[in-house]
Write a protein that binds this ligand. Structure first.
Ligand code: ACO
Length: 325
């Protein structure tokens, strides 16, 4: 099988910024509560006319430029998102049209905050088995479109953004191991109840605000820590590595307390953990995608570094991937 790696990264964060001080004027909360309980100071919000594919396209263009790959040479576009432009067709098809990537096959992945990792794993299979040469994997969300701005339990947590990577065969380094997991018995902990076939949109579902994300935060918190630790350990084992071998960990950015607990249990020190949660909040699939991009662009991740990407989200789903840069 071919050795597969990431050959380019990109990101896009919408211009509008919503600070904790802004939220203090919207719901009964405080900058102090949000900062100490989550580590979030501000988040980017998409403009009214910006859909997920618009953010995704901008991140994709940057990643393609970084990888020096022409959109016409893309064989595969995967968009990981829980906030697609429309229920169908796939957001990836809108991105394809925007890029003019005519020969790419396109589909979306619904794996919430672990979506970018799921996308990387799927693209790796296509490339390793010679089904395609160049793949574009994007984590993109407009979570503000499913956020209940009257619910202080959730509205302080989320932001909008997109991160992308181009994947291809590499001569050295690349993906060393992957690990994915799912548990469908806990779908009640984190979901968007209405608008699907289970509960189609009606005046009642609208009135009861069931088209917004619902989360049992503290239950999710506990499982997030154990799942991300387990995923990291399994990926390390599969790669034949120890914690000390890892230079950078790119965790899902849901809560700095989750990240600290995970890093401590895995035996990492804070200096090795890349964080963008303070300025971006939780962007679901876009969190690991943008954090990876920023860590590379800031020169933190260097050639030869071992990078662990580790995430957990609604499903429940989780996953980790180890890459030699
Ligand atoms: N401002 C002020 N007080 C608040 C706020 C707020 N914004 N939100 C909740 N509170 C209050 C609660 O009402 C509660 O008050 P009470 O004790 O009087 O009842 C108190 O703060 C504590 O609430 P908890 O929910 O227990 O707070 P917790 O410490 O668990 O933090 C949080 C909540 C931040 C949501 C945390 O549980 C968390 O990060 N959970 C995990 C999120 C996550 O990992 N999600 C997965 C990915 S997301 C995806 O897949 C889309």
């Amino acid at each position: 099988m071919k050795r597969v790696g990431i050959i380019g990264v990109g990101e896009y964060l919408p211009k509008r910024i919503l600070t904790n001080a802004d939220l203090e004027k919207m719901v009964d909360t405080s900058d102090e509560w949000i900062t100490t309980r989550t580590g979030i100071k501000e988040r980017h919000l998409a403009a009214k006319d910006e859909a997920t594919s618009d953010l995704a396209t901008k991140a994709a263009k940057e990643a393609l430029k970084d990888a020096r790959v022409n959109p016409k040479d893309l064989d595969l576009i995967i968009v990981a998102t829980i906030t697609p432009d429309m229920q169908f067709p796939a957001t990836a098809t809108f991105v394809q049209a925007n890029l003019g990537a005519k020969k790419a096959i396109c589909f979306d992945i619904s794996a919430a905050c672990a979506g970018f990792i799921y996308g990387i794993c799927v693209a790796q299979q296509f490339i390793a088995r010679d089904t395609c040469r160049n793949a574009l994997v994007i984590g993109a969300e407009v979570l503000s479109s499913i956020t209940d701005w009257k619910d202080r339990n959730t509205c302080v947590l989320f932001g909008d953004g997109a991160g992308a990577c181009v994947m291809a065969e590499v001569k050295s380094g690349g993906i060393l191991s992957t690990y994915l997991g799912s548990d469908g018995t806990k779908t009640d902990l984190l979901n968007l109840p209405a608008g699907g076939s289970r509960l189609p949109a009606t005046p009642k579902t609208l009135k009861e605000r069931m088209h917004y994300l619902k989360m049992q935060g503290n239950e999710v918190f506990k499982i997030a820590v154990t799942s991300m630790v387990g995923a990291g350990q399994e990926a390390l084992k599969r790669a034949g590595l120890k914690c000390g071998d890892v230079n950078w960990i790119i965790p899902h950015q849901a809560n700095s307390r989750i990240i600290n607990a995970m890093a401590k249990r895995l035996g990492f020190v804070n200096a090795q953990v890349y964080l963008n949660i303070a300025k971006c909040g939780n962007m679901s699939s876009a969190s690991t995608a943008t954090a990876l991009c920023e860590a590379v662009k800031e020169g933190k991740i260097k050639k030869g570094d071992i990078v662990l990407i580790d995430a957990f989200g609604a499903g429940l789903v989780w996953g980790a991937v180890i890459i030699k840069w």
